[in-house]
Design a protein around this ligand. Structure first.
Ligand SMILES: [Zn+2]
Ligand SMILES: [Zn+2]
Length: 235
């Protein structure tokens, strides 16, 4: 007759004998319980908000390879500079080494992108061979029915200290300012750092109304925006 734990029945059960050599002390099961990384719930049900945050974090972490960066550079920087230069023929800019950032949001059948790139003022005359200082640009792109158009391309009053490479060698160790907590007084355009929702700031001017510079990017994306606006989505 078979028993659940039978050591004297004469049956050959090599695997179980090892496990059950000491009745009442199941070491492998005990170890499983004590493992620090054991997941009690392998597939927890997550809310849409948590899933969206997870996807956004994944996109933010994703590093682009150099060829992808070049494509992004050509698709974003060149049309944006063309847009800016066509509106300011006496103040033209050209592309300069630096990181291009772009963040997108889908709203009402339209894909909106905000981001930054680096450019420098075109020089003419005797000293035109000397490169002008680099400037951070803000851009806004709108994509509707497969057609992408530039809706803003604005030079910012921001020093560009980020590192860039020259023939593959990194130059400097600078970092770019993160604009995701930027808020502004809508009366005098004074800038405020508001790192979380609900934190109230008041400006010294009367009638002050401190709000996020961009509702799309606030506490989400590190884009630096023009304080006085000039873009269509998120103001
Ligand atoms: Zn103010
Ligand atoms: Zn924005």
């Amino acid at each position: 007759m078979k028993t659940a734990v039978g050591t004297g029945s004469g049956e050959e059960r090599p695997g179980r004998d090892l496990l059950e050599s000491r009745p009442g002390c199941n070491w492998p099961s005990l170890l499983l319980l004590l493992l620090p990384f054991r997941r009690l719930d392998p597939e927890p049900i997550r809310s849409i908000k948590a899933l969206t945050a997870q996807r956004d974090a994944f996109i933010r972490r994703k590093k682009l390879i150099p060829s992808q960066l070049r494509v992004l550079h050509d698709k974003v920087v060149l049309p944006c500079l063309e847009w800016h230069n066509s509106k300011h023929p006496d103040d033209e800019y050209e592309a300069a080494p630096g990181v291009v950032t772009r963040y997108t949001t889908y709203r009402d059948n339209t894909l909106w992108s905000h981001g930054n790139f680096v450019a420098r003022r075109k020089r003419s005359g005797f000293f035109s061979f000397l490169p002008a200082p680099r400037t951070l640009f803000f851009f806004e792109l709108r994509r509707t029915n497969g057609v992408v158009e530039v809706t803003a391309s604005i030079p910012l009053d921001e020093p560009v200290t980020e590192a860039y490479t020259f023939f593959g060698f990194p130059l400097g160790w600078g970092t770019r300012r993160n604009g995701q907590a930027d808020c502004v007084c809508k009366t005098c355009y004074r800038r405020f750092h508001v790192p979380y929702f609900g934190l109230k700031r008041t400006c010294i001017c009367e009638d002050s109304k401190v709000e996020s510079v961009c509702k799309m990017c606030y506490l989400q994306y590190n884009t630096v925006h023009p304080i006085r606006g000039g873009f269509l989505f998120g103001q």
